[in-house]
Every structure is written in structure tokens, then in C-alpha cells.
Design a protein. Sequence first.
Length: 249
Amino acid sequence: MKEQREDQRKEQAKDQGFDRRDFLKTAIVGGAAAAGGTAGITTPETAQAQQPAAPAAAAGYAFLNLDEAAFVEALVDHMVPADEISPKGTDLGVNIYIDRALAGAWGKGERLYMQGPWKLGAPSQGYQLPLTPAQLYRAGIEATNTHCRKAYGRTFDRIEEAQRQEVLIGLSTGKITFDSGLPVRVFWTTLYQTVIEGMYSDPIYGGNRNKAGWAIIGFPGVIAVHRDDVEKYRGKPFPNKPVGIADMS
């Protein structure tokens, strides 16, 4: 009976367009495949000129405006639907993690080389855009919503579940293209990366609320003293609750 329930749970998750095991497996593949491709964006000046003044952040957010917050909330709830294993993405705080990351040093590109030249790069060369990650996120959300309006008559957060899945597949495979020239696969990789991080980073950063993400994968937490437990609990559930940074202070 236990095996039957597990099989049913997997099938239900797949019917929703999401399987957590597939999500984890493909995260690394998606990240490796999409680092290149900067055609259509050539200079920081051009990129900045294409960016409209951002509206004020939505209530409770440090970076995301109302439209962007609606997009991100719909995204994380689609990619991480609630089931008997865990809450949905917004209940896990994945949207909060993403907002804080975009508002912080990473989103501002403080550790990125931003002087150019801006040419098409190979995946092994890493991030090759004149946009900071926050600017990429903002431009990508707007471009995706533009695509959704053309294809479905509504923004991403207002379309049907099956249509959202179609859009995400289009972004991940590069079948969707943006009129602005923004590299779709780079944008998708950034989305995917931040959702993964929001699920499994330490709760102190806003995501992985109540350490639910760690509980899904059986991760014991930040304490680096589990060497002896690796063999002892191999193939078995770890009996202790995971420990985060805040628990150590």
C-alpha cells in the first residue's frame, strides 16, 4: 500500500506539470546549458535605455513591483505546487527569497565584471550580459508577460495552468524568443536557479520556510559534524530535525 501511495503521489505531481525529482535533476542541466547567448543586447547604455523607470515595490517586497510580484508568485506556486510532502512555493517563502536576492548585492551585480565588451560567449565563460541580474529579471518578466499577452491575451499570472506550463517549457527550450533580443535561456536559467535556491537555502535568507525544503531531501542542516552519520543512516531517514544558521546563534 505504501508503494502504491507513493506511485500515486508521483503521478499526481506529474499531472500538475512538476516532479520534484525531475526538478532537482534538471536544475544543473538547465544551468549549464544557458550561460551563453547575448545577441541583440550590445552595450550597457542600450540596455539601460530600454529599461523604463521601475514602479514602486509591491507591499512586503524590497524589489518586485506589483506586476513582477504577481509573476513570481505564480511562477513559484506552479513550479512548487502544494502536496502531502510540502507547502506551495509562496508558503515556502521562495518568492521572498527571490525578492531579497534581487534587492541585494547579487541582484545589483556587485561582484560581476560589468565593463564589457559585450559579445556572444560560450557557456563556460559564465554570465555575459550588460544587465545586472536584477535588470535581467525585470526585463525578462516584462518580455514574458508581453509574450503571454500576444499568445493568450493575459499576463503570466492570469493564464491557465496548462498555458503556464507551455510558457515555461518554451522558455526552458528556447522555443520562445523575445522581441527585445533578451537571451531567453539565460533568463530561464536565472529563474530556475533562484527557485532552487529559495527552496533549499538556509531559512535566514527568506526561503525554505520552516526548513521544509530540507525535510523533503533529508538534509540535516548547517552543522558540519555528520561524517559518522553518512554510513549509519545511508538509505534511512535521518532522525533529527535539520538545524539552520538562526538555530546556532
